[in-house]
Design a protein around this ligand. Sequence first.
Ligand code: MTE
Length: 317
Amino acid sequence: MTVHRRREWELPEKAVTSCHLLVHRRKAMTVFGASMLGFGVINEAVADKVTYPPGDLSGTGRFDPGRPITPEQIVTTYNNFYEFGLHKNIWRRAQKLPTEPWTIRIEGEVERPITISFDDLMKKMPVQTRIYRHRCVEAWSIVVPWRGFPMRDLVKFARPLSAAKYIRVTSMSDPKVMPGLSIPYFPWPYREGLWMPEAVNELAFIGTGMYDEAMPKQDGAPIRIVIPWKYGFKSAKSLVKFEFIRHQPETFWEQTSPNFYGFWANVNPKYPTPRWSQAYERALGEGRVIPTQIWNGYGRWVASLYSGMKHDRHLFM
Ligand code: MTE
């Protein structure tokens, strides 16, 4: 007999409520949405109704964020996606991103490089829901019910060679629909990277949807990474390439602002940016400011990854 031992980050089934409550929540959000944007002003009566969406519980389960799920209206209208502009209100522009068909290239130190359509990849992956906190380097945070699959399943599918020590991911760059690409200051395309042990950690996730729907374009359709213990800029959107490589890759933000956070970019409230403190964060939709937790509160699952390393500012910045 197989006994399923619930991991600490899984929510018990009783915490998951029915579909009609989710619909109820959506209606409430439509009413209050416009007034909530950005500044975390939310009617507490709405926050009480924010609840967990239905979905597949057979996968790796649900993470209890210890906070209400952020209203979908906020998560889909307050975005960072510099390819579409440097402000938060890019969601309308992002609708121009063509996402069908979408192909993904997997290459580098792998047994066999492959180009695969998003649809074919999805047929091979164990789709599930993960509810994670997301902490932006700009000191705001949200809680999102992602749909997608564990990054370790993508790594398994790619069959990396032992020489592969890092993964570099690359976002779509299409000047026809992305006005941000004409800003010469930035080293486009947007690129991020993970160390292989990070990529196969059970929390590392590939997002293909949210709130039980396909991924909205402004949130990185059709496929992005979701790395909840690192600052949000690590979670690159609208990915077209996964490269398995030998050396630590340079990333978009390291190149752009080397005096800010670098490759590791693990959340740590003790290390401010050169311009602002990271001690607190605005919990969007909750109308409050809360203390930021080291590793964004996921230390139990990820701190050991870094235990052999010197915990100096380079690991966090
Ligand atoms: N990915 C790309 N391609 N371009 C971006 O500008 N911004 C990052 C990250 N991924 C960004 C990106 C930052 S700074 C954050 S905080 C998150 O996306 C925001 O994700 P969200 O808009 O879905 O909340």
